[in-house]
Design a protein around this ligand. Structure first.
Ligand SMILES: Nc1ncnc2c1ncn2[C@@H]1O[C@H](COP(=O)(O)OP(=O)(O)O)[C@@H](O)[C@H]1O
Ligand SMILES: [Mg+2]
Length: 261
């Protein structure tokens, strides 16, 4: 990873220039942060697990027709992705109450919401990622109304699919955060799922015991953080024996472009 041009270093990942124009390499670090960077640690092995889990989930989503930035996993810590123009909104889906939602509304953790709730946060660390509405998003032109419709439609599909996938392996998908980006193909713009899907940005509880198997173990000092991520990977069928070769030889994950609406 030394000679490649470093495009951006974030809290959990580094983005490098990819081998071809329009591609990037995402390098997954072990660095872990919470509460807008106030709590930090290095959790040995976390990056390898998130690279693996995110690659798997993005591949599964592509299989049901959700367009994603993911192309293929390159090695233990890196994946090849399509470069997109990130829309500066964190899209959060809540199925069960937890985290900041409980604080904001004074509700106890663990209440099953009658309907899933989509929330938006403006991606701006300096401002602490404030909660915004659809009106803010379109008025500030972070996304057009049409793009927002597309984002909501994709988000609902991702939630339905991942909720079922996780329940099948004995995990409740409590909530999660998605990021989307714009990608151009022959002058046409498409909204695609970007960033990562991992226990860093999903809350996952054991379906029987409600044991937390996600970043809340770090936020709440519950210990055994990497072991929890490892357990998620294990239940997904991603065994540690599989080295980088297990996906490197597979063809590129096709970008599925939805028909024009
Ligand atoms: N396909 C992509 N193209 C361009 N930028 C991306 C892509 N996927 C993710 N990103 C951006 O790369 C960064 C990932 O690094 P991360 O460490 O998660 O950053 P942050 O600390 O901002 O959360 C994020 O800012 C994310 O929006
Ligand atoms: Mg991030």
């Amino acid at each position: 990873m030394s000679r490649r041009r470093r495009i951006y270093e974030g809290k959990a990942k580094v983005l490098f220039e990819g081998p071809e124009p329009g591609t990037l390499i995402q390098y997954f670090k072990d660095d872990t942060t919470a509460f807008n960077n106030q709590k930090k640690d290095v959790l040995s092995g976390k990056g390898v697990l998130n690279n693996r889990i995110s690659a798997y989930l993005m591949t599964k989503l592509a299989e049901i027709g959700v367009p994603t930035h993911f192309m293929r996993r390159l090695n233990m810590r890196e994946q090849l992705v399509r470069e997109v123009e990130i829309i500066p909104i964190e899209v959060v889906v809540r199925n069960i109450t937890a985290g900041s939602f409980c604080k904001r509304f004074g509700v106890p953790e663990g209440q099953v919401l009658e309907r899933s709730i989509i929330e938006y946060f403006y991606k701006k660390d300096e401002l602490g990622d404030p909660l915004v509405s659809e009106e803010h998003i379109t008025a500030f032109k972070w996304a057009t109304p049409h793009e927002l419709d597309e984002i909501v439609a994709l988000t609902i599909r991702v939630n339905d699919f991942l909720s079922g996938l996780f329940l099948g392996i004995g995990l409740k998908l409590v909530d999660f955060k998605l990021e989307f980006g714009r990608m151009w193909t022959n002058d046409e713009m498409h909204i695609v799922l970007a960033d990562e899907i991992s226990p860093d940005n999903c809350r996952l509880w054991d379906a029987q015991t409600n044991e937390k198997l996600d970043k809340d173990r770090f936020r709440q000092d519950l210990g055994r953080v990497v072991e929890a991520y490892q357990e998620v990977a294990r239940r997904l069928g991603l065994t540690p024996e599989d080295g980088p070769a297990d996906t490197a030889a597979t063809p590129l994950t096709p970008l599925v472009i939805p028909p024009a609406r």
